[in-house]
Write a protein that binds this ligand. Structure first.
Ligand code: NAP
Length: 289
């Protein structure tokens, strides 16, 4: 990597930030594309977010990703916010155009692009989304926007009901409903579903034996997407594959949401294969070390 006087800076704001995988995949993409950028991590405490955004303007940083816990809070510090980001009140990408900062979200679109790359078009699909947190909202909006019907199953039932209600308000009656995470209704909905998406942290490192629903609800042919990328193969993905379901790991969403951010900053098509290989190589190195 050759840093010169006109090299443009990209980065990621988060707290904590040391475990972020974004620098790994973005710098691999920058190198493969041979473009004059560098991508760095920025540890930004919640109380310093406003100053950090001013720093983007003052230093002419070309763009940043935004991760936990800043995705909603940053909205108040930006000049413009894209329609989808405003609707779900979440920004993961900031683009600096001559000092004017615009916020966008690539989480939902990245999820959808990766799911359709694996399975083909999803319009008209019946989807069960487990969870009702920030990523569930991003994913459910992207799926509903693509013409899917959504069932939300969340541990805290009321939160699931609220997300389903918001989806109905935006996409119309009959497009979304909520069911309890435990009990017969979920089994019935999964039986009728084309796609199942886990957006909870159940099964994430170090709780690697966790699974967000009883494995006997999985069946051959069901498309299963687990948003978790650490580990890259969760128990849900393993059990789904063992039974003949088609499973996708959260690593794909991580890559595609990053690819869309990079395209917004540079206008160049992102090399998704290079980015995925860089992440896999990084995981292999971490396992060995
Ligand atoms: P969040 O907003 O905190 O939501 C967490 C969700 O998980 C809530 O629905 C919560 O239910 C549920 N949950 C937590 N512990 C549970 C348990 N023991 N049993 C049942 N449900 C439980 O988090 P988030 O930002 O949406 O992230 C969720 C997961 O998605 C994380 O693993 C994250 O790494 C992953 N993710 C991946 C990508 C990617 O690019 N692949 C992007 C974003 C997030 P309650 O409402 O009942 O608390």
């Amino acid at each position: 990597m050759n840093i010169l006087g006109n090299t443009k800076v990209l980065g990621v704001f988060g707290h904590p930030i040391t475990h972020s995988l974004s620098p790994v995949m973005h710098n691999a993409a920058i190198e493969a594309l041979d473009i004059d950028y560098i991508y760095v991590p920025f540890h930004v405490l919640p109380e310093d977010l406003g100053q950090a955004v001013e720093g983007v303007r003052a230093l002419g940083v070309a763009g940043v990703n935004v991760t936990i816990p800043h995705k909603e809070e940053i909205i108040g510090h930006l000049d413009d916010v894209g329609e989808l980001a405003a609707r779900i009140r979440s920004v993961n990408t900031v683009i600096n155009r001559d000092g004017r900062l615009r916020g966008e979200t690539t989480d939902g679109p990245g999820f959808l692009r990766s799911a359709e790359a694996a399975w083909g078009r999803l319009d008209g699909a019946n989807v069960v989304v487990i969870g009702a947190g920030g990523s569930a909202k991003a994913v459910a909006f992207a799926l509903a926007d693509a013409g899917c019907s959504i069932v939300i199953a969340n541990r805290t039932g009321q939160r699931g009901v609220e997300l389903a209600k918001v989806l109905e308000e935006v996409f119309g009656q009959g497009r979304s409903t909520a069911v309890p995470l435990q009990g017969g209704e979920l089994a019935e909905r999964v039986r009728a579903a084309d796609v199942l998406v886990n957006t909870t942290s159940v099964g994430m490192h170090p709780d690697v034996d966790g699974i967000p629903l009883p494995p006997e609800l999985l069946r051959p042919g069901l498309r299963v997407y687990d948003l978790i990328y650490n580990p890259s193969t969760t128990r849900l993905v393993r059990e789904a594959e063992a039974i003949g379901a088609h499973a996708v790991s959260g690593l794909k969403m991580l890559v595609y949401q990053g690819a869309l951010s990079l395209e917004m900053w540079t206008g160049v098509e992102a090399p998704v294969d290079v980015m995925e290989r860089a992440l896999n190589a990084h995981f292999a190195e971490v396992r060995q070390g």
